[in-house]
Design a protein around this ligand. Sequence first.
Ligand SMILES: [Zn+2]
Length: 156
Amino acid sequence: MVKMVDNVLENHWDFKLPVDPIKIAERMGVIVICDENLASNISGQFFYEGDLPTIRYNPKEHPLRQRFTIAHELGHFSLGHPGGYRDNARSFFLQPQGLDAHERAANRFAASLLMPEIAIYKLIEKLPKLDVSTLANAFQVSEMALHYRLKNLGIV
Ligand SMILES: [Zn+2]
């Protein structure tokens, strides 16, 4: 899992922050569509449309959520999950209870993609003290997502 996301970052990330999940997806040959017509309770979806791996995301949600959604759907693609995921807010609970293995894996992928381990350690080194809101802002993720990432890395 972690290996796959490391591969993706190594090959497709320009090492800039915040990580741009759309750019990475497109470099991987995935079509990314901002879809005004998705049902309002759908954050995003990943399907093969014809032969083309395609992510659609909901532009009516918060921009930080949109980034996480795109990264999550890219997780379904990168991890080789068979196409056909439609994700509502439930899919993104960072606490894994009750989610199926593919959704948990896609969430872990998304967190690791948007908050690369190496960048977290570099930034923390530069900060006078561990500051969740500064870090969340640098990575353009929610403070809750950042908190869980730090927890998973054993930093907090
Ligand atoms: Zn999903």
